[in-house]
Write a protein that binds this ligand. Sequence first.
Ligand code: SDX
Length: 429
Amino acid sequence: MTESTATIHVGDKTVEVPVKHGTVGPSVIDIGKLYAKTGLFTYDPGFTSTASTESEITYIDGDKGVLLYRGYPIDELAEHGDFLETCYLLLYGDLPTAAQKAEFDYRVTRHTMVHEQMTRFFNGFRRDAHPMSIMVACVGALAAFYHDSIDINDPLQRQIASIRMIAKMPTIAAMAYKYSIGQPFVYPKNDLDYCSNFLRMCFSVPAEEYKVNPVLARALDRIFVLHADHEQNASTSTVRLAGSSGANPFGCIAAGIACLWGPAHGGANEAALKMLGEIGTVENIPKYVARAKDKNDPFRLMGFGHRVYKNYDPRAKIMAKTAHEVLSELGVKDDPLLEVAVELERIALSDDYFIEKKLYPNIDFYSGITLKAMGFPVSMFTVLFAVARTVGWIAQWKEMIDDPEQKIGRPRQLYTGAPFREYKPVGTR
Ligand code: SDX
């Protein structure tokens, strides 16, 4: 990383601060010593202009609609690779050789079972509990079972905790789904690949043989690749902040799941499908587009807009293609939701409001249509996002732990509350 300097004049103070330049993308002004030199904080509540860390994992060019995992374009990884290859790349920094891939697949596959006592948690949940609430609870509870992999200062324990989480997330997600529909849990099978195993754990029943549809398994694998990581988004920043205190990795990932659940973030795929259902027909679209543009109406087009992408989300393009592939494989003709989605996209992208504010479909706009067609209920959509994003959270958490400059994250504030005042006994108030 190269450096230069910037001069900041504030009142009668002038300070020189370093400017750091990465390999690609915006440079940063290092304000780490600003408070010490000027007594001033910077202020950026939504972190719209703030880099929280240096990272080598994922690069997004929002203006060009580019997404790179360790330098490799997302469309090539989604097209030519598979999800566990992407996991290896995000975790270790480069694409695996055939031998490395085989060894990694073997390790993940043999950690897919969960401790049998995990099943007892489920009896405490209502059957209609949202599966994301179950995911937060069960993933956090993994720390109660795996005491041999929560010492974050031991690289070996960090490694085994990482493999365990990537391997067990699909199992716990499938258990949450099975519990919600009153069907028995299905154990993983080691002779199946990651996504085939997950589909079988979700949709097979003891009463008959289940045959995985390879087209659906491949589509789900591609969807997982698209969701694997995304720089310092809200849930990743949550995982990093939780991890900066030295919290155990299972608890940090549980915190990330809780943040992802929000409708402005990973919960948007569930909200987008509900919105398409509420719009219902192409004739209703103008009414909803008008509501999305009305500043006095809190309604937003879910699955549209992005803090970083001011161009088409490259993942949304691949999601749209996958939606058409899955629907045609399943023989679904003229899906009304897809019809509304395609027409809504066309109308929105030609509307001045969306053009001026650079609002394009994001990854959540088409994913729900595909997942619904595969048989997942809407409540499972964000769970699948969490399953895929776990490797990104872990890779970012690992990078933070390995960073020699790492310290606990502790932002400051602009205080606008009451200045000092004397206590008043209750009789005098
Ligand atoms: C994900 O960060 C990541 O990388 C996230 C993610 C990942 O992989 O981790 O990509 C996954 O979370 C995708 C985003 C999913 N969320 C949604 O689809 C929810 C709908 N979209 C928005 O709420 C919104 O676009 C955000 C939250 C995604 C981004 O919000 P910002 O960057 O804070 O932008 P903003 O809310 O300040 O909006 C800018 C303007 C506003 O109008 P003005 O106040 O300037 O007049 O655009 C408008 C907003 O009102 N706007 C929308 C809109 N999104 C923004 N208007 C209508 N419909 C929308 N969807």
